[in-house]
Design a protein around this ligand. Sequence first.
Ligand code: NAI
Ligand code: MG
Length: 353
Amino acid sequence: TTVAPVRLAVIPGDGVGPEVVAATVPVLQRAAEGTGLDLQVTELDWGGERFLREGAAMPADAADVVRAHDAVLFGAVGRPDVPDDELVWGLIIGLRQQLDLAVNVRPVHAFPGVPTRVVDTDGVDLVIVRENTEGEYVGAGGLAHAGTGHDIGIEVAVHSRRVIERAARHAFELAGRRSGRLSLVTKSNAMRHGYPLWDRVVREVAEQHPDVELEVVLVDAMAARLVQSPRSLDVLLAGNLFGDILSDLAAVLAGGMGMAPSANVLPGGDVPGIYEPVHGSAPDIAGRGVANPVACLLSGALLLEDLGHTVAATGIRQAVSAALLDPTHHTPDLGGSATTTDLAAAVLDRMEI
Ligand code: NAI
Ligand code: MG
């Protein structure tokens, strides 16, 4: 039998993006070879350099280019000499919205042997499901009285039933496959419209998932709980802003930004997912070859898993886990002195598929 090739688009982007992506592609290739997959990689030069050269971070038909692939591995965008919103909106937020990638799934897994700034994180294993297309990041609003000294910035959050429902369904299904516990994160005591709608809609979806136990937690309480008792949590469902903030906080439980992978997906939809580290372009360490590639490697594992290649995905995770047990392979963010390529080579060495 022949298996259809996997058409992978790779967008290295800016800063440490190209460094962690370059470390990841050979590991994906090895996982593919080991499991009989034909991985066809197309590299796209989208990002800050393209913006400076051509005035846009990606081409006008970017969504169509992406649709011609099965999945995308994305590094990061952002460079100090270009306004942040040009690149972040001009690339990753733009793609999430144009492709309608409903949720951003952000697993946080504390690997044994990885030091963390928060004590007692052994066994932490949770997933944040972040709504990915609207909320506070929908881009609605404007500037009034600009430049008068009385400037008013208006940023309107949008929460629609359809979008809440589809994110909720994904979170319930995920929780059902995991521990059966789901925590909805809102702020309905202070915000009177959008988040109460979230609470109502998610409680309705809960009725179709009697196997999952739902709790509703205010975001400020959740921030404390993530630090104080993270093992009491399994799947968190949050809107765009809260999911963004809490996932950086949660990443610290697993060793920091260098450890946090993510998947932008439209569950059940016929659209390629975009897989990316949660971190940005890290200009403070870019160009030195010391970025931790684990977030990107684990994003690659999520990508293969979502395409149904579970053995290849598990192979990568096990190799990452084995490499991290040895502190000589830890990058500086983990307190070590290994380079990006040292850690990636240690992962390749430990691939058992
Ligand atoms: P950042 O995630 O790039 O960096 C935050 C801190 O984490 C820095 O100290 C950095 O050195 C560290 N860090 C990040 N990735 C690391 C890795 N792989 N290994 C070791 N340490 C790592 O966030 P920051 O500084 O707020 O943003 C930098 C740029 O990235 C900005 O232009 C921002 O807009 C952009 N950005 C892009 C994102 C994306 O492409 N999806 C997401 C977040 C930020
Ligand atoms: Mg973020």
